[in-house]
Design a protein around this ligand. Structure first.
Ligand SMILES: Nc1ncnc2c1ncn2[C@@H]1O[C@H](COP(=O)(O)OP(=O)(O)OP(=O)(O)O)[C@@H](O)[C@H]1O
Ligand SMILES: [Mg+2]
Length: 253
């Protein structure tokens, strides 16, 4: 039990009488990189939105790090360290890559009046944050771009910057809905490879939705497959991809 980060138990959410989540359950291990798959409309985005508090589930429970977070507001869940990437404010295009990371941290904690008055403590804190930001940029292989404006980044680099900002905000688990969408396969591989690097070196838990399985599979530890609002299979990638229920769910649309 100790190493379960997220435990989704029998969750229901409907829109106009149709159940987008129809008893969805899954448990995510701490430090894992997992992939959430399923045909269009199977409930992946709804699951991410429900877990992060954008929607209230009509039934079921959501437990994060042993704490019941069912029905909590999105910003409360965000502060607990469960983050979906679009919750992170848009990058400031006119700021540099490094500055974008620094403001992500500040925007979360705010600067206390006392520490602002104690200049030496303030400088220590600034140095610590800059170091932390550089460590994150290095992991994402963005460190050589630290003084570039965000507006100059490529699509793939922008996605990685978004992840860097989530990490800087103190996220413990990040849910990503198609982080490599719109990227060509070469860049998409790069994004996945950097995400795996980050996950394994700092022990953050990542759950990613991606339709191009051939691209994502080599990087993930675990796969959850959804169909009609339920998780119908989970396990090692090859096991899930060859599961007859999963194959049928894709064929049946
Ligand atoms: N805000 C909404 N209002 C009404 N229906 C919705 C809403 N969001 C999702 N749905 C419905 O819920 C079901 C699940 O949608 P969801 O977006 O979660 O699927 P998905 O697995 O993310 O699909 P895709 O792979 O296409 O992104 C679909 O039938 C969809 O039409
Ligand atoms: Mg979706």
């Amino acid at each position: 039990m100790e190493n379960i980060m997220l435990d989704v138990r029998d969750v229901y959410k409907s829109f106009g009488g149709l159940y987008a989540l129809n008893g969805a359950s899954l448990r995510v291990k701490k430090g894992s990189l997992s992939l959430l798959i399923g045909p269009n409309g199977s409930g992946k985005t709804t699951l991410i939105n429900t877990v992060t508090g954008v929607y209230k589930p009509e039934a079921g429970k959501i437990i994060f790090e042993g704490r019941d977070i069912t029905g909590l507001k999105p910003h409360v869940i965000y502060k607990l360290g469960l983050v979906r990437t679009w919750q992170i404010p848009q990058p400031f295009y006119s700021m540099t890559v490094l500055e974008n990371l620094l403001v992500s941290e500040k925007s979360k904690k705010g600067d206390g009046l006392l520490s602002a008055l104690l200049r030496s403590r303030w400088i220590d804190r600034e140095m610590e944050l800059t170091q932390k930001a550089f460590d994150i940029l290095k992991l994402l292989k963005l460190d050589h771009l630290w003084d570039r404006r965000a507006s100059e980044l490529s699509g793939g680099q922008m996605k990685l910057l978004e992840t860097g900002r989530a990490l800087m905000s103190g996220a413990k688990m990040i849910l990503m809905d198609e982080p490599a969408a719109g990227l060509n396969p070469v860049l998409a591989h790069e994004v996945f490879s950097h995400l795996r690097n980050v996950c394994k070196s700092i022990g953050i838990t990542l759950m990613i939705v991606e339709h191009r399985l051939d691209i994502a599979i080599p990087y993930v530890d675990h796969v959850y497959a959804m169909h009609l609002g339920k998780v119908i299979a989970e396990g090692e990638p090859q096991e899930v991809l060859t599961n007859s229920l999963v194959v049928e769910s894709y064929l049946g649309g």
